[in-house]
Design a protein around this ligand. Structure first.
Ligand SMILES: Nc1ncnc2c1ncn2[C@@H]1O[C@H](COP(=O)(O)OP(=O)(O)OP(=O)(O)O)[C@@H](O)[C@H]1O
Ligand SMILES: [Mg+2]
Length: 293
């Protein structure tokens, strides 16, 4: 931007004219710090001592492993490889990346559900980090699961009962709430999981692909709920393959690739860069699949 000596420059502006962005200036204090986090899994049946970094092995490699007598051996899958970021109160952070890039592993480790191999996670408050998915049981009714999920989030039995109708309304599942969750469509199950997870206005809410199957009306309601949590100074993490959902709901986006953080910034910019990367990779694959001549 070039400075000029024009007198007629108008430096006055109205607050309403400013873009509705939640830039660093309006960020609250840190709510979660992830410092050089590494997560690996030990898996059986792969090459001993070999390290895998995400992605599906080809049929040829799988056959080669078997022929080399590697059945029964173990190897290490490096799911998250040195991720560092600071999340703030009031942020809604989207996490994007291709299948196997480490998004769920990052969330699970940040939520304390799996131990990191290296690095650390610091949380500001008693983490009411959500592991509702981990405690819900498909063979039980929605009603029982609401109780289990509510208790897991730290509500009392009385509080869960008080909010029961609100949860059922939000999930919009009607009398299905009295049937086992395994009878639900994936959209219904996802709506109920989200309704339970967000009922306690948690400090940190982590949503892994739960919004993808909802219809337009549910998406609108979940967006409102996410905004409510942000207004109460909560932090939301949203893993989604729908870039549109991420752009609509998030104030910041992390892009993971093969366990590493490749971008961290504005939703528009990061999702656009990711989209172009995915398209370039797809074109590369198509070219390989259809050699000329
Ligand atoms: N429980 C597990 N045991 C062994 N390997 C695992 C386990 N969970 C994930 N992995 C591996 O870790 C890597 C990262 O997986 P992760 O589920 O975190 O990816 P993701 O980005 O969430 O993928 P998706 O978009 O498909 O949900 C992958 O290579 C995956 O195969
Ligand atoms: Mg995942």
């Amino acid at each position: 931007m070039a400075a000029t000596d024009d007198d007629d420059l108008d430096f006055e502006f109205d607050r309403e004219d400013m873009p509705d962005r939640h830039g660093p200036a309006d960020l609250g204090p840190p709510s979660l710090i992830v410092d050089d986090l590494h997560v690996s899994y030990r898996v059986f049946g792969a090459k001993r001592g070999g390290a895998v970094t995400g992605g599906k092995p080809s049929l040829f490699n799988r056959l080669r492993w078997r022929l080399q007598g590697n059945v029964g051996a173990t190897s290490e899958v490096k799911a998250v490889r040195g991720v560092t970021f600071v999340a703030h109160h009031g942020e809604a952070i989207g996490i994007v990346g291709t299948n196997g890039s480490g998004k769920s592993s990052l969330l699970r480790a940040a939520a304390g559900l799996i131990p990191p191999n290296k690095g650390a996670v610091y949380v500001d408050n008693e983490p009411s980090l959500l592991g509702v998915n981990a405690v819900l049981m498909r063979q039980l009714t929605g009603e029982r699961n609401i109780m289990i999920g509510g208790l897991a989030l730290g509500l009392s039995v009385k509080e869960v009962r008080e909010r029961f109708d609100e949860i059922v309304d939000f999930a919009d599942i009607g009398d299905f709430v009295y049937l086992p969750m395994k009878t639900y469509s994936s959209g219904m199950a996802a709506r109920l999981r989200f309704a339970i997870s967000s009922v306690a206005t948690p400090d940190i809410l982590m949503i892994d692909e739960a919004l993808a199957t909802g219809d337009a009306d549910f998406k609108q309601r979940s967006k409102a709920r996410i905004e409510e949590i942000r207004e109460h100074a909560g932090t939301i993490f949203l893993v989604s393959h729908s870039l549109e959902t991420v752009r609509r709901m998030c104030t910041r986006v992390l892009w993971l690739d093969k366990g590493k953080l490749v971008a961290d910034g504005e939703p528009e910019e990061v999702t656009e860069a990711y989209r172009q990367h995915v398209r370039a990779e797809r074109e590369k694959r198509q070219k390989k699949g259809r050699p000329e001549g």
